[in-house]
Design a protein around this ligand. Structure first.
Ligand SMILES: O=C(O)CCC(=O)C(=O)O
Ligand SMILES: [Mn+2]
Length: 203
């Protein structure tokens, strides 16, 4: 089922969570510049993850940036952050003014083409706390972002994350909804997504 994307004061979820989409958050010129810098300046790597105990290469490139003490673990890998770059700090500052929180870490994903993807998951790692606030920005090729209800698997929402868009996930979203970026057979160029996060206190 598809829901009107502006149904509840801008919340694109029909229930049990809060996801807001700002399709033109960055101007075209800003977005072009950010995409170009991120493609060249970020230390992109293809990392293995563990699926049922087996190491499998992720179908995209990733990088982890943030405050020095914020180590982050997911899918059997532990990420040590690289120090913030100028462009990451600029993006972070701009979304913080709208999100009303300060992020301390960012997971970056580079989808090289339509064959790169991300499977169904929730961003519910314990170090993100009970109700994580996640600020997600996208540059480059538009991709479909799907959400489905974690329990019923039936209730579905799909939006396109376009060049320069900002998606804010907060409240109980990560308890009740999982999300994914499906593959596409369309011939499309690269897309960069950054999910800014707040990793709770570590030593
Ligand atoms: O690429 C996206 O829009 C989603 C990324 C994501 O879900 C994640 O990094 O956890
Ligand atoms: Mn996610």
């Amino acid at each position: 089922m598809q829901f009107d994307i502006f149904n509840q004061n801008g919340n694109i979820l029909p229930q049990q969570g809060d996801v807001r989409l700002f399709p033109h958050f960055f101007s075209k010129a800003e977005s072009d510049d950010h995409l170009n810098r991120l493609q060249h300046e970020i230390a992109w790597k293809q990392e293995p993850i563990k699926i049922f105990g087996k190491a499998v290469m992720q179908p995209r490139l990733t990088a982890w940036y943030g405050n020095a003490d914020k180590v982050y673990s997911y899918s059997g890998i532990t990420m040590h952050p690289l120090p913030w770059t100028g462009v990451l700090l600029k993006i972070k500052q701009k979304i913080e003014a709208t999100a009303g929180v300060q992020f301390n870490s960012a997971l970056l994903n580079l989808y090289r083409d339509g064959k790169d993807s991300m499977g169904w998951h929730r961003d519910n790692e314990p170090e993100l706390g009970a109700n994580p606030v996640i600020g997600s920005v996208s540059f480059g090729a538009g991709r479909v972002f799907r959400l489905r209800h974690y329990v019923s698997k039936k209730s579905q929402v799909a939006v396109e994350l376009t060049h320069g868009s900002f998606l804010l996930m907060q409240g109980e979203t990560q308890h009740y909804w999982e999300h994914s970026i499906p593959k596409t057979t369309q011939s499309i160029g690269p897309r960069i997504n950054i999910t800014f996060r707040i990793v709770k206190g570590q030593k």
